[in-house]
Design a protein. Structure first.
Length: 187
């Protein structure tokens, strides 16, 4: 792991955040559903290709979430998301954001807020990022088995799913806490 920005400030509380992006769209997943024995319930499937990107970050120790649903991904989207994370950090604290090595994460064109530092996870190790499990939870509970009418519907559904999650701090803690990342922190 390597830090993207300078040094951590001395004497300030550190918050550990995890960040990732997920494509949400019309090529949507189908999950199991309850049905009466002997019946075959209908499950919608869409053949269109519109999609949006859900940028998500969680701070499991605080049960907090910062997310944006955007019709694009890349450096501009990542810049917006870093600024959103910065606004969610507790006053006087500094966020260390753990994330993968996507090109828009590692670019020197990102302007880092003073209260945020990036640490990159090892390549090809998605199991280290609990936001991967957050995507599974969102899809299983609010995004699967849905036919979206278009990009606005996709963005609305992604926002709604993320806001549902953000209102569930215990779920964020349950899915996101990793002992290796929070050893020595007050929880």
């Amino acid at each position: 792991m390597c830090a993207h920005t300078g040094h951590l400030p001395k004497g300030r509380p550190i918050e550990i955040w995890f960040q990732d992006e997920a494509r949400i769209g019309q090529k949507n997943g189908i999950v199991r559903q309850w049905a009466r024995r002997g019946t075959r319930p209908r499950q919608p499937a869409d053949q269109r290709y519109d999609n949006a990107w859900l940028f998500g970050a969680i701070c499991p120790a605080r049960g907090k979430a910062a997310g944006l649903a955007l019709p694009f991904t890349g450096t501009a989207g990542m810049q917006l998301h870093i600024e959103e994370i910065s606004r969610c950090v507790a006053r006087g604290a500094h966020a260390v954001v753990l994330l993968d090595r996507a090109g828009w994460h590692t670019t020197p064109r990102l302007r880092m807020p003073r209260n945020v530092s990036l640490i990159f996870l090892p390549s090809r190790a998605p199991e280290l990022n609990p936001v991967e499990n957050i995507w599974q939870f969102l899809r299983a509970n609010w995004l699967s088995n849905t036919v979206f009418n278009g990009i606005e519907h996709i963005i609305d559904a992604a926002c709604s799913a993320w806001n549902n999650l953000a209102a569930m701090p215990q779920t964020i803690r349950s899915i996101g806490l990793r002992t290796w990342a929070h050893t020595g922190q007050e929880l």
